[in-house]
Unconditional design. Structure first.
Length: 533
């Protein structure tokens, strides 16, 4: 194999991981000439090249020593330059400019301007012009072939142009991701060392366009990007940035929604979703939890069940596990049955925060009842409500044993009474026309915007400014049993009249149970008396 073929194959096997260095080291003239002389000599045998490349690749793969990694990367870049150069001109099938277009071509003028500006010392006026030119060529259509890396790399290397220019550069490259040179350029910036050097705006651009990246990047590049650049953003550390996390989740959601991606890519996305979910902290950040729930909604049912199966094993997963289940049900993406495991956790965990749980559950019921879809049909609501009555009845009479971590039986019965009352209030809508009176938040489980209309550098600020607060109604919702006497009237309406006797039987069972506390028993007695009047 020739020198050129060996270097190219090595880079290809590593998914062009180092090809970025081909562009960043052009200015080091002495080293370039040194490698060029060696490449033209008889001393550079295939065995020698194999040994050098293998050793340098091994050093570059060691991220513990960044200085040694950079030096080795320089050598590899120069070695590639020397093996592909001829008389000082680089051999490439992709033109470095649009000189083949007519001189009157406006597109050629923009390209030439960007090429010249990349070699200039920027000032405020030039930076403004460059931003305008980049926005002009940031189109969805395929542009004439050109070596995008040659044009765009100088701006990424020159920090004087600022973050806005660099973010626009990445957007242009992503818009032309079907071009091999654009793929090479973007691939280099997805690697951990270069990704870490990017500012917030540039990282946001990459993450929000993940759905476009998965169409062109090889699985190896995507794996490095997801595992080394995305997942660390969710690790527990002081460097966590919620805006970056939100951008990753929005991009991941769109990537999961892509139809018919390669199987290897699908597996990587599913794995990344599961790992991110398990790494989420216990902080109640609504925007973050909404985006996480949207990602889970794109997973196949079996995979999603496996991801959330470990929820409620301790107090740290209560908020996360409750919110994603309630969000998926409230937005009509999953049936009410997804809440069963969560409701069982009410009964079997003494560390459960009842106020938070009831706020999420009631808001979920309220949004679900108003959602029009197959999962929220009247028959689906009635079937699940009937199952809830039967399940809670078995718990009350002791037919279903509780876990060792369960609270006392009187507390369990009180939780059951509150949950069934909440379900009766909301699932019978519109029979209970006062649903809005209960202060349900319209934004708590609102689905995120599907399309991005703002600049990527601004959209996250907009999201955080409009973040809905958690309704401060936990105390009210955790005493729902006191409203049962007035709510049970919904059971006599035409659509629910068949459930009236079943609800009364359920109330009588709770009244006859010795462990029922006095306050709950009084509410149940009042309910029966009102129905006899």
């Amino acid at each position: 194999m020739t020198t050129k073929g060996l270097i190219a194959k090595t880079l290809e096997v590593n998914d062009l991981y180092l090809l970025y260095l081909f562009f960043i080291l052009k200015s080091v003239t002495y080293s370039f000439k040194f490698f060029k002389v060696i490449s033209n000599s008889a001393l550079l045998t295939d065995d020698l090249i194999t040994g050098v490349v293998s050793r340098l690749m091994a050093i570059v793969g060691d991220y513990d020593d960044l200085g040694l990694q950079n030096i080795s990367s320089w050598f590899l870049g120069h070695l590639y330059l020397s093996s592909t150069s001829s008389g000082g001109d680089k051999c490439t099938s992709v033109p470095g400019s649009l000189s083949y277009l007519p001189e009157w071509s406006l597109l050629r003028a923009f390209y030439d301007f960007l090429l010249d500006s990349g070699r200039s010392i920027p000032d405020n006026h030039l930076i403004s012009l460059v931003n305008v030119a980049l926005q002009v060529i940031n189109v969805k259509t395929t542009l004439p072939p050109v070596n995008w890396a040659i044009m765009l790399s100088p701006y990424m290397r020159n920090n004087s142009y600022g973050d806005e220019v660099r973010a626009n550069i990445l957007q242009v490259a992503i818009s032309q991701i079907q071009s091999p040179s654009a793929v090479v350029f973007i691939s280099s910036w997805l690697t951990p060392p270069l990704y870490a050097s990017l500012q917030l705006a540039c990282k946001t651009v990459l993450h929000l366009h993940m759905c476009q990246l998965i169409r062109s990047m090889s699985p190896n590049v995507l794996q490095v990007y997801l595992e080394r650049s995305c997942l660390p953003e969710f690790s527990e550390s002081e460097t966590q940035n919620i805006r970056i996390q939100l951008a990753i989740l929005k991009g991941l959601r769109d990537a999961l929604a892509v139809t018919d991606p390669p199987e290897a890519v699908t597996s990587l996305l599913h794995s990344a979703t599961a790992q991110i979910y398990h790494q989420l902290t216990t902080d109640f950040n609504i925007q973050l939890l909404q985006s996480m729930a949207e990602c889970l909604s794109q997973l196949p049912a079996e995979i999603m069940d496996n991801v959330i199966a470990t929820d409620f094993s301790d107090a740290t997963s209560q908020v996360k596990g409750c919110f994603v289940r309630c969000h998926l049900v409230a937005t009509g993406k999953q049936p009410l049955g997804l809440l069963n495991f969560m409701i069982d956790a009410f009964f079997n965990a003494d560390y459960w925060n009842q106020e938070v749980g009831m706020v999420l559950l009631l808001n979920c019921f309220g949004a679900y009842s108003k959602y029009k879809g197959e999962n929220s049909s009247l028959s689906a609501r009635q079937q699940w409500f009937l199952e809830l009555l039967g399940h809670t009845r078995t718990v009350v009479i002791g037919a279903m044993p509780l876990a060792a971590t369960a609270p006392t039986k009187d507390k369990v019965i009180r939780y059951i009474a509150n949950i069934v009352t909440a379900a009766m209030l909301t699932l019978t809508y519109p029979a209970c026309t006062d649903l809005d009176f209960w202060g349900f938040s319209q934004k708590l489980f609102a689905p995120p915007v599907d399309k991005i209309t703002q600049q990527e550098s601004q959209i996250l600020d907009v999201c955080f400014q409009n973040e809905p607060p958690l309704p401060n109604l936990g105390i009210l919702y955790s005493t729902m049993i006191q409203f049962l006497p007035s709510i049970i009237g919904a059971m006599v309406t035409k659509q629910w009249e068949g459930f009236f006797t079943k609800v009364i039987d359920w109330v009588l069972i709770l009244c006859e149970t010795d462990e029922t506390d006095l306050e709950t028993r009084n509410c149940l007695h009042v309910t029966i008396i009102i129905q006899k009047i």
